[in-house]
Design a protein. Sequence first.
Length: 104
Amino acid sequence: MSPENAIKLLGNPTRVSILKWLKNPEEEFADYSQLFPFEKYGVCASLIQDKAGLSQPATSLCLKSLHDAGLLEAIKVGKWTYYRRSEFRIKKMTDAVIISLQQL
């Protein structure tokens, strides 16, 4: 992902919030319950939708953008999809943005 596309992707406050929430899901989703442990599968899309206060289609678009960029991993369990951060890809993206900004 180019630094320009990364900056555009992170220009959406909801996508940034989702990444922040998924960094510490046990804390951020402490008031929610799901069938599987956060550390094993991540967070169910329906919990992210509820916390974001968005419609299902709007939430899906945010999650799809982050997933397509490689910043989230998706795991399908039955009819539910769980999301967790891809720390390696997030680090790679932030490093590229920092290097790009240093060249200005």
